[in-house]
Design a protein around this ligand. Sequence first.
Ligand code: B12
Ligand code: SF4
Ligand code: SF4
Length: 354
Amino acid sequence: MNTHAHSSAERSLKERLQVKAESIGFDLFGVTDARPSERLDSYRSWLKAGMHGQMNYLEQHLPLKENPALLLSDLRSIVVVACSYYAPEPLQQSDFQVARYAWGDDYHVLMKQMLEQLATALKAEVSGFEYRTFVDSGPLLERDLASRAGLGWIGKNTCLIHPQKGSWFLLGCLLSNLDLPPDKPFESFHCGSCTRCLDACPTEALVAPHVLDARKCISYWTIEQREAIAPDMQEAIGNWLFGCDICQQVCPWNLRFAQPTQLEAFYPREWLQKATLPELLRLSEKDFALKIAPRSPIKRAKYRGFLRNLAVVMGNSGRQDYGPALQEARVRHAGDLMLESHFDWALQRLSTAD
Ligand code: B12
Ligand code: SF4
Ligand code: SF4
């Protein structure tokens, strides 16, 4: 807690900031102070256990996560915002699934622009205003900051859940030298005895409440991992082409409270609604760069990762008519051992499918 009382000017600045944030399109807004997280021990033990897999950047982030003040000299407060990405119209695909956050445009770009807009409004008003904005990729424990800023609790599935709006939210942070009064941290915990997310995870990646072993998580393998997908994960990935939403889909707070996004940018894009797996597999690297990468979060998998994911999903589809497309792709990408092994796996699996 900040020890000094905040002036009415600081309180009114915070109120105006919140109004501005809402007018820009943010659904949730909260403020916390610059203290380091109280949950760093669980982050350290998570890293120590190797549960971050090959996401080495999470190790590199540790010193900064330990001390957010290193990110901005004279850091006084952190504004945490959130946008719902729950599109009212679902992705209409029967052959494959893509995590909801990736149906539309890339939130990293969109929310960063929105945060910059918020900062620009402040710049005009406050002299000497210093700030930095972060969306996802920065060295901050965003969910922890969000719960400290009063936005919700961290569920057993490790997601931040708002008590009236669920967890289909993406987070962003504005660090600044403004002395804004912090909100009351969200201290209650509303999962109760529910264990639906742990029970539903197809790969048992939620190894304990609040502990996700990324090495078992479909989202990790299909988004973050650049090389081969572990053999024992390939079947379990099922038809998830990019990311996984199961531990959020089953959550009663989402089933009851999910609220449609105000941002059309998160609605499913037409190319994704219409795409077929063989067509996607035929994309050249240039097509991927021109048609998918510029706006979609799917670019994170990179071209090879995307083809690898396609091979796995097609292998799991039971659709023997996908054989020729996979054969063709194997010839086109001959020499890329990682891809070859995934195409071979898929062809083999289809040949033994009922
Ligand atoms: C690495 C990462 C991943 C990894 C690892 C996920 C994980 N659970 O750690 C992978 C690739 C698997 C992943 C998947 C997803 N991710 Co991700 N990911 C991140 C990233 C970059 C870092 C998270 C991190 O540091 N993890 C390490 C763990 C140890 O830290 P933590 O999750 O923050 O955990 C803290 C708490 O759980 C707490 N804690 C521990 N024990 C206990 C016990 C109790 C009782 C309590 C209350 C708390 C508590 O302490 C931990 C350390 O402080 C953040 C962005 C960021 N900079 O924070 C996005 C982020 C967490 N991801 C996000 C999203 C949307 C997803 C996916 C939904 C995408 C998808 N559909 O595929 C899935 C969800 C999977 C899941 N159940 O978490 C959002 C989450 C929004 C929300 N509402 O929570 C974030 C915040 C990005 C953003 N800016 O919006 N992600
Ligand atoms: S995202 Fe999917 S694989 Fe990962 S923990 Fe949740 S349900 Fe399990
Ligand atoms: S499914 Fe149940 S246990 Fe899991 S996060 Fe939601 S309420 Fe909590």
